[in-house]
Design a protein around this ligand. Structure first.
Ligand code: SAM
Length: 190
């Protein structure tokens, strides 16, 4: 990035609307969007290019990584990341696929490795089963700071909320949006 700033990442960025808007609002933070499919990342790059051409916006604090999130510890050092966003992650409804859910304990262990002390994970979804599953998974030492089943009717939590593509789509269908925020476990204090 050329500037040593706090690092926030979005895992499963999709077409990038959320992280692009965050990077625009917060020039004092560096952002990396993680997306495993080149075809999807390509759409994000096209949108970015259009914004640069039409509005002259450069997004110097926004980069991308086209990798599978299970490999995150190979790409980030221990404690390098300050915040992780998970938005409308794939639900993987079959029980035998539970480990693929981005809020499974297997993924939380990977996040714990790369997060700085006190680092946060923020998760939004309209999928109640995935949300309830996630709440069970975070019981393993993570501190639950925020938990709502209806984000869009919580005035305080909606302050500064940035909509994702899926959030707009599902809230237009009147699906309630669930959100949780968790803090990395302090294993020294246990
Ligand atoms: N976050 C966006 C939103 O809220 O609009 C996109 C949500 S879309 C349902 C989930 C995205 O996560 C897809 O683009 C998918 O390719 C990506 N994804 C799913 N599992 C992933 C993984 N293990 N590593 C990286 N990206 C992943």
């Amino acid at each position: 990035f050329g500037k040593d700033l706090p690092l926030y990442i979005e895992v499963g960025m999709g077409k990038g609307q959320f992280i692009t808007e965050l990077s625009r609002r917060n020039p004092e933070i560096n952002y990396i969007g993680i997306e495993r499919y080149t075809s999807v990342l390509y759409r994000a790059l096209q949108k970015r290019e259009l914004l640069t051409e039409e509005c002259g916006e450069e997004f110097p604090n926004l980069r991308y990584l086209c990798v599978d999130a299970k490999d995150l510890p190979n790409f980030f050092g221990k404690g390098e990341v300050d915040r992780i966003y998970l938005n409308f992650s794939d639900p993987w409804p079959k029980e035998r696929h539970a480990r693929r859910r981005l809020t499974s304990r297997e993924f939380l262990a990977r996040y714990e490795e790369i997060l700085a002390d006190g680092g946060l994970v923020e998760f939004k979804t309209d999928n109640r089963s995935l949300f309830d599953f996630s709440l069970e998974e975070v019981e393993s030492g993570w501190e639950l700071l925020v938990c709502t089943y209806d984000l869009h009717h919580d005035k305080e939590l909606m302050e500064g909320n940035v909509m994702t593509e899926y959030e707009r789509k599902f809230s237009n269908l009147r699906n309630p949006i669930h959100k949780l925020v968790i803090r990395k476990p302090n294993r020294n204090a246990e």
